[in-house]
Design a protein. Structure first.
Length: 285
């Protein structure tokens, strides 16, 4: 992949966090955010629980990011989490909270959602949500993309066509699903640009600091695990601190390579781990 201006371009830096599941842990998130804010990210995105169970917390958190830290905040919104009525109320609350950016996703089906509820949702795909938001709000809308294709897509090419639909519907930037082999991202980027998908694309990086992440978060994402990372887990997986160090080193090497290729942005899935995120940022400059 040719990047003639790679040395002249500074990649943006951003983080993803999530609201704690327990209310008594909620206050801790503000200190986490203050610490992450010291790393000077360009934006911070915030997820919420399946089915929108933490949507109110997401608004509180993104408002804090925007108003107290003066960093652009991105609130996640999912098809499975909202009816049109719920969405209108949520968007009004976001506006009142000073938040003007959202990440529109289809979202994972909550375990408590019945087949009838899932199949009768008002927004079926992310593009439906994007079109509605574009028509009914003034929000800046970001979307998701999948360097190795969405696991439900029948082909890589069809997934790219759906991505182009999302961009044409009003997405201003894209954040990628996590990946662990940069060649997948470069291939995806080349093919996306060839289809005139020209919005900024932020590379999603998940530091693998424990062996169990491969069996939970990673398996749900549909991302493949290259041999080098699998060998790291096999070698260090039983030693907590060595695994953490090796996982950070792998993520740093990934990010440095992406920076050298002049990617638009690096989006770190922080998992609310300030120490890990801080160490990575200190190494990548």
């Amino acid at each position: 992949m040719t990047q003639n201006n790679s040395t002249l371009k500074k990649s943006q830096l951003s983080f993803e966090i999530f609201p704690p599941k327990k209310d008594e842990e909620f206050e801790n998130v503000y200190q986490i955010l203050r610490d992450l804010g010291k790393l000077n990210p360009d934006f911070i995105s915030c997820t919420y629980g399946a089915g929108g169970s933490r949507a109110g917390k997401t608004i509180e958190i993104t408002s804090f990011i925007q108003k107290e830290l003066h960093i652009d905040a991105i609130a996640h919104i999912t098809c499975v989490g909202f009816t049109k009525e719920d969405l209108e109320q949520n968007c009004a609350a976001l506006k009142a909270a000073g938040v003007s950016h959202v990440l529109a996703l289809r979202g994972d089906r909550p375990q408590t959602m019945t087949d009838e509820q899932f199949n009768s949702r008002e927004f079926y795909y992310a593009v439906d949500l994007i079109r509605y938001l574009k028509e009914h709000t003034t929000l800046d809308i970001l979307g998701a993309c999948y360097p190795e294709k969405h696991f439900e897509a029948p082909s890589f090419e069809e997934d790219l066509r759906h991505l182009k639909e999302k961009v044409e519907a009003g997405v201003s930037s894209l954040i990628s699903q996590m990946f662990f082999d940069n060649q997948y991202f470069y291939r995806f980027l080349d093919k996306a640009r060839a289809l005139n998908i020209n919005v900024p694309i932020h590379a999603g990086i998940m530091p693998i600091t424990t062996a169990k992440q491969i069996g939970t978060t990673v398996s749900l994402s549909g991302s493949s695990v290259p041999k080098e990372l699998a060998d790291i887990i096999a070698t260090y997986g039983d030693d907590k601190e060595d695994m953490r160090k090796a996982g950070i080193d792998y993520a740093v090497r990934q990010i440095r390579d992406l920076q050298e290729h002049g990617v638009d942005g690096i989006h770190i899935y922080s998992m609310n781990k300030v120490k890990t995120t801080t160490e990575i940022c200190s190494m990548i400059g």
